[in-house]
Design a protein around this ligand. Structure first.
Ligand SMILES: *[C@@H]1O[C@H](CO)[C@@H](O)[C@H](O)[C@H]1NC(C)=O
Ligand SMILES: *[C@@H]1O[C@H](CO)[C@@H](O)[C@H](O)[C@H]1NC(C)=O
Ligand SMILES: *[C@@H]1O[C@H](CO)[C@@H](O)[C@H](O)[C@H]1NC(C)=O
Ligand SMILES: *[C@@H]1O[C@H](CO)[C@@H](O)[C@H](O)[C@H]1NC(C)=O
Ligand SMILES: *[C@@H]1O[C@H](CO)[C@@H](O)[C@H](O)[C@H]1NC(C)=O
Length: 303
């Protein structure tokens, strides 16, 4: 009898757990389209389903993400989920020519990502043929279903940073249009914030007294980004998908591939607007007149 009750409790309990997670199916037809993201002449960037920018993917912790990728590019491609260890599932790691041969042109493949045990800020990127640098990259946010019991916030704000070229990676590379460091690093004249020229990105609206979780992701290949809002402190609560004790900071400094979440508490009054300040830089590349560092600004709008 006791055994029956235990079994019963286990079945009920596990069905509750199961009912919380679901399967999220996404279809990506990956191809090149002519697009301008920085305001310069358009070039053939990599896009999904013919749309200029790849929408961020949002799931709940424990969801199974099924991402079906149809490769409509000229060469093989793959998708790497930045931040997943893929313990026992290296065939899903998308590290082209290391753990797999990639998806041939014209073929499709379904990645099955089990998000149990993961939460926070991640991103999906092309794992072959420099496709990530040509735009095959987007955030993957794994939301904690119950939030963090120690941290309350009202809303979320997402900031993605990208270094961006005037043409495809291979074009710059073949032209040896590169900055000389210990390695050859392609020339990236522009910084994108949320997918467009950092200086024309949309303003951030804050409501007095509210708390915001700001998620920052550096989707770029080479450059670092610094971000700060004068007159505001933030508390770091997550680094690369790992929750941290809150740490007060004036701003953040984020390298390629990294993710940081902060809590920003808006001022209690809407008397003033502010300007946020972003610097794109690489300390290992010689300072260059107009290329390194680069500054971007945007509006923090209270009123
Ligand atoms: C995928 O995109 C390519 C390029 O835009 C297009 O030719 C093709 O018809 C699309 N395939 C599907 C199944 O939507
Ligand atoms: C496809 O790969 C070949 C061989 O590496 C290369 O020459 C070509 O430029 C690539 N095409 C594109 C569009 O990247
Ligand atoms: C990988 O999984 C195996 C089997 O579940 C486990 O023993 C091992 O500790 C895991 N390794 C890491 C680095 O998590
Ligand atoms: C932004 O940063 C640059 C470089 O550090 C500085 O010159 C500028 O005054 C800053 N702008 C604001 C609004 O703080
Ligand atoms: C962005 O705008 C700021 C303020 O006008 C300016 O100082 C900066 O040079 C601009 N950045 C670029 C890359 O044009």
């Amino acid at each position: 009898m006791l055994r029956f009750i235990f079994t019963f409790i286990f079945v009920v309990f596990s069905s509750i757990i199961c009912s919380e997670s679901s399967v999220v199916e996404i279809h990506w037809n990956v191809s090149r389209i002519l697009d301008s993201r920085d305001g310069r002449a358009p070039w053939k960037v990599i896009a999904v389903n013919g749309k200029p920018r790849i929408p961020p993917v949002h799931v709940q912790q424990g969801d199974i993400l099924k991402l079906t990728v149809l490769n409509s590019l000229e060469n093989a491609t793959s998708i790497h989920l930045q931040g997943f260890t893929q313990n026992g599932t290296s065939y899903l790691d998308g590290t082209g020519m290391t753990s797999e041969c990639g998806i041939p042109s014209g073929e499709s493949y379904t990645y099955v990502f089990d998000t149990h045990g993961y939460s926070g800020t991640f991103w999906l990127m092309g794992g072959m043929n420099y496709h990530t640098a040509d735009g095959l990259r987007t955030p993957l946010i794994i939301h904690e279903p119950l939030g963090r019991s120690d941290i309350h916030y009202d809303k979320e704000i997402l900031f993605t940073f990208e270094d961006w070229g005037e043409e495809t990676f291979l074009y710059h590379y073949n032209k040896q249009d590169v900055v000389k460091t210990s390695e050859l690093v392609p020339y990236y004249p522009d910084g994108l914030i949320n997918g467009i020229n950092g200086n024309i990105s949309q303003s951030v609206k804050l409501e007095p007294g509210k708390k915001y979780r700001m998620r920052f992701i550096n989707l770029g290949a080479v450059y670092f980004f610094k971000f700060r809002i004068p007159g505001h402190k933030m508390h770091v609560i997550e680094a690369d998908g790992i929750s941290t004790e809150p740490l007060e900071v004036d701003g953040i400094d984020i390298g390629p591939g990294q993710r940081i979440s902060t809590i920003l508490t808006a001022h209690n009054t809407n008397a003033h607007n502010y300007i946020y300040n972003v610097t794109m830089y690489a300390s290992f590349i010689v300072p260059h007149d107009k290329l390194n560092p680069r500054h971007y600004e945007g509006l923090i709008e209270y009123k």
